[in-house]
Design a protein around this ligand. Structure first.
Ligand SMILES: CC(=O)SCCNC(=O)CCNC(=O)[C@H](O)C(C)(C)COP(=O)(O)OP(=O)(O)OC[C@H]1O[C@@H](n2cnc3c(N)ncnc32)[C@H](O)[C@@H]1OP(=O)(O)O
Length: 201
């Protein structure tokens, strides 16, 4: 297993892989050198240099950058990383490239897309649909039947009541309480959550 990106997010993924007994063999990052938590940084990524049969995780916190890189490297075999303390329903589906951190809960019939981040201790309840490249931050809680669109960031400690639909590339601020649907690109903060602006991506 190899990682793309050697920042703080990569450190957490390295420790997930170690805890899951599948330690990473290397990290690609053209902006860094040396090592990260004892794992060698191998410079700029070149698909030719990824050893045959090995998988990679995009260890980058930006939802937009993960989307761009996954498109640029569509031929690469991507993998997921799931911390052994995560509690994932046997009827839930976790997409390729998604990382699930310590103490996350994912309940029945939830579908999580590709290259998502389910960050530490977040709770994603039953029948949720989480779009590709979304990030559910630490301690965020999604009730049942919530829909989160592609690339949307749910901020740390936010909560979303049941049945809410949040559009694509939206941002839900830290600690926000979402009680009404959120359109694409909206930035929502507060309790109750209100739109303060729209993302331009
Ligand atoms: C392991 C990890 O690190 S995972 C990463 C976890 N990180 C997060 O969850 C970060 C979430 N980000 C936020 O909450 C940010 O504050 C954002 C994205 C909502 C807004 O950031 P910015 O676009 O920079 O907006 P800015 O800071 O200028 O704030 C705009 C206004 O909204 C208010 N505001 C911003 N965030 C919040 C919030 N979470 N709750 C309530 N009000 C807020 C500000 O006070 C400001 O109000 P004012 O205009 O009356 O002064």
């Amino acid at each position: 297993m190899y990682l793309y990106g050697a920042g703080g997010h990569a450190k957490v993924i390295l420790e997930i892989l170690a805890a899951a007994q599948t330690p990473a063999q290397g990290i690609w990052d053209e902006h860094k050198e040396g090592g990260l938590l004892g794992c060698k940084i191998a410079g700029k990524f070149d698909p030719e240099n990824l050893p045959h049969g090995h998988e990679m995780i995009l260890a980058i916190g930006s939802n937009q950058v993960r989307k761009k890189l996954s498109g640029q490297h569509a031929g690469i075999k991507f993998a997921s990383a799931i911390h052994p303390t995560a509690c994932i329903s046997p009827t839930a589906k976790i997409g390729t490239g998604t990382v699930v951190m310590a103490n996350v809960t994912v309940n029945a019939d939830t579908v999580v897309g590709e290259h998502c981040i389910l960050n530490t201790n977040c709770s994603v309840d039953h029948d949720n649909q989480i779009g590709n490249f979304a990030h559910i931050s630490p301690n965020a809680a999604l009730a049942g039947n919530v829909v989160v669109g592609e690339g949307t960031h749910i901020g740390i400690g936010a909560c979303v009541i049941q049945g809410i639909k949040i559009g694509k590339w939206a941002t839900i601020g830290a600690g926000t309480v979402v009680i009404t649907d959120v359109p694409d690109y909206a930035v929502v903060v507060g309790n109750p959550g209100k739109i303060i602006k729209y993302n331009t991506i």
